[in-house]
Each structure stands twice: as C-alpha cells, then as structure tokens.
Design a protein around this ligand. Structure first.
Ligand code: SF4
Length: 405
C-alpha cells in the first residue's frame, strides 16, 4: 500500500530526506512562514519488516477527534492513523470508521488499533484477542486493520512475548486476514527491556514507543534500538511532544536556542525534528486535534532535517531543564516509594496540566489501585532523593492527588 518510488533505499536518513520527492499533498493547509509553510511532500518510509511504505508522520487519536477534522487530515495527506479500543471509550474508533468509510479511503490508510484490556496468555489467548479485535473492526467499519497492537505493554508482561499461545493467537489473526501485522506500544519504565524482548521474539513486526528529545539519550535505549533495528522492526515514536511544552517562548529563549527559534521552529516542530535526527526511528505518530497542529506537524515532518548544531542546542537545553520533566524512569524512584506508582501518576498530571485532558487524567488516576496512589501514608522523601533528575517528587504527587483524586 501507499507505494512510492521515493522510499529510502540505503544511505542515511538525512541524505534520503534531502532528496525525497513528492509523496503526498497537503495543499488544503497552505500557509506562510518558513517553518509553518505547508509541505510539498511527506517523506515515505519503509516500516521495517512489514515492508509497507507509509508517510513519516502519522496521526494519533487518543483524544476526541471530530469527524470534520479527520476528513481535513485525510485531505491534507495523512495516511497513517493510530487508534485504540480504549480511546474515548471506543469513540475514536467509531469516528475514524465513519469518516474512512464515508470518504472511501480505507485502502489508502495504514490503520493501527490496539488491544487495551488485560493481556491474556495461555490457551484462552486467541479467543480473547479475537473478541476484542472483532469489536474494534465493527467500530472501525472495516474487515481488517494493518497492524494490531498489544497496548501499553509493561515490564511484567514481557513473558507474553515468549508465550506460544499468544504468538499462535496473533499468527492466527494474521491468517484470518483480520490483521496484517503484529505490534505493541509501550511507555513503561522498562521500555528498553520490552523493546529488546520484542526484537528477540520473532513475531512482532512493529513497535510504537515513547521517544522524544527528553528521553532519547541513554545507553539502554540506544542498545534497545540497536536490537530492534537489527531485527528489522518497524519503529514508530509516540509522545513526541512530551517535554516540548517547556521549550521556551521566543522572547524568553536562552541563548543556545535563539538561533533555532529565529529560524521559525516552534515547540512541536523542534520536538518532531529532534526525533528524526535518530535515523532508526522511521515514523512519528503525533496527537493532532486541530488544524494548527496538523499544519505544524506536516511542516515539521516534511522538512525534518535538524542541523547538527541545532541538535547540540537541544541537548544543552535538555540537560539544563531535565528537572522540569518526569522521564518515566520509575525504576529509580519507585523502589523507594512504597508501592506508589510515581511515573504513572506524573504522566497523568501531565495529561491534565499540559494537555488539558483532566477528565481522562482523573479516570486514569482513579483507576490505579489504592496502594499505587496512597501518597498520604507513604514517606516519599526517599523517592524524591532517588530521582536522578532532581524532580520535586513529593510536591508533584501531592498536586496530582489534589487535582485528580
Ligand atoms: S520522578 Fe524522577 S525518577 Fe521518578 S520517574 Fe520521574 S524522572 Fe524518573
């Protein structure tokens, strides 16, 4: 699907991107300005061992998506869409299904959805996954999805990858034609271990992981990407904007960032460009809910080259502001947190405070077990001391409980 003669064939990503030619239109969103101008093209990439050619920018739909906006995105050239049975209680799948069916674009779109419920291993695996998938297909008004994910895989669930019943279940779904490829999504604190296990298990085709300029530096994630790349997994970044909110406004920018801002890059654009500096990441799935975000994302993905100097500037800025952002590395603080799930709670706080998604954040927070959010009876000073990034863990958890509890 989505074939393009301009796909990457050898050479560096940067070299490819310099020479990429037109692969998808977005004239509907034309605007002015160097960094926000509508792109003439979205680069096409081959998604690992799936062999599928997809645009380097996909649309995430975890917040409520309006039918008119989905239609605008399709008209603007979006051809990779990511959803889940859990997003907005199934409403995201319903909206996408309705618009894709109405516009007749199903065969033009690389469509991913996810099993978000308890992940089943053992002999009941096939029945459980097929039942969930059938419900998604009904909402999506289609008889297949391009890739079906295990959603939000955690470190405890790594054994599922080597469970023969889970592997057989996904292979049977493939044979039935209801899914074309198998995948997973992950933003767990054990992300490097999960990526490595997915690379080794042999039946996962693509993975979508939390990856942004705040989290991309680290030996563990680099080694995991090495393994994933060697196994030829399709590699997709999500949560690309995490931390972008602290990218400074132009008039407050510290000296190292001013040249980049003067070039016209805004927060989301710099964040997306930083991801593409890692040539092994093939695509970015970015949440978009309005035309401005769509326009900016298209502009950033269509011209994703970030100079080496600008990459250095971003890294300097990341290091100087690491204490402002929870990196999700709960392996450091949670052993001292008496069962409180610090990383999850701070992620929900971000959904509320940064993305303005209070209802969803409250739902997620209140779905945690009482022990996981029992901050009143737990001495969290040791957890704060264990945070390598110097976050004020105690204050942040209290604020999360006030706002979401
Ligand atoms: S509070 Fe600190 S150690 Fe804990 S997950 Fe966040 S950044 Fe990592």
């Amino acid at each position: 699907m989505l074939g393009s003669d301009h796909d990457r064939i050898g050479g560096s990503r940067r070299e490819f991107l310099r020479t990429a030619a037109i692969a998808g239109g977005s004239a509907a969103l034309a605007t002015s300005g160097a960094a926000t101008a509508a792109p003439a093209s979205l680069p096409m990439v081959t998604l690992g061992k799936t062999g599928q050619k997809v645009p380097a920018l996909g649309m995430g739909t975890s917040w409520s998506v309006a039918p008119s906006f989905v239609q605008t995105a399709l008209a603007a050239g979006i051809r990779y869409i990511d959803t889940s049975e859990s997003y907005e209680g199934g409403a995201s799948e319903r909206t996408l299904g309705e618009v894709i069916a109405r516009t007749g674009k199903r065969k033009d779109v690389y469509l991913v959805t996810k099993n978000s419920r308890r992940k089943i291993g053992g002999p009941g695996a096939f029945a459980a996954y097929e039942q969930r998938l059938n419900a998604s297909l009904e909402r999506l008004k289609t008889d297949y999805v391009d890739c079906y994910y295990l959603h939000g895989v955690t470190g405890k669930e790594i054994p599922l990858f080597s469970d023969p019943d889970v592997k057989a279940a996904f292979e049977k779904l493939k044979k039935s034609g209801k899914i074309r490829f198998c995948g997973l999504s992950c933003h767990d604190k054990m992300l490097p271990e999960i990526v490595t296990a997915a690379a080794e298990c042999g039946w996962i085709d693509q993975i979508m992981i939390q990856y942004n300029y705040r989290t991309m530096n680290g030996d563990a994630i680099r080694r995991a990407l090495d393994a994933a790349s060697k196994a030829n997994l399709g590699l997709i970044a999500m949560k690309s904007q995490a931390g972008a909110e602290s990218f400074p406004a132009p008039d407050q920018a510290p000296a190292p960032l001013r040249p980049m801002i003067e070039k016209g890059f805004n927060q989301p654009q710099a964040a997306i460009k930083a991801i593409f500096a890692e040539h092994r990441m093939q695509a970015v799935v970015s949440e978009m809910t309005n035309r401005d975000q769509l326009r900016e994302n298209l502009a950033a993905a269509s011209n994703p080259v970030l100079s080496i100097r600008d990459q250095e500037r971003l890294e300097e800025y990341r290091q100087a502001t690491a204490h402002l952002y929870c990196h999700g590395c709960g392996q450091h603080c949670e052993p001292a947190a008496g069962g409180v799930q610090v990383a999850e709670i701070l992620r929900y706080l971000r959904y509320d405070e940064i993305y303005g998604k209070r209802t969803r954040a409250r739902e997620l927070y209140q779905a945690l077990s009482p022990e996981a959010r029992d901050i009143a009876r737990t001495d969290l000073a040791a957890a704060q001391a264990a945070c390598p990034h110097g976050l004020p863990v105690v204050d942040l958890l209290r604020r999360a409980d006030d706002r979401l509890g």
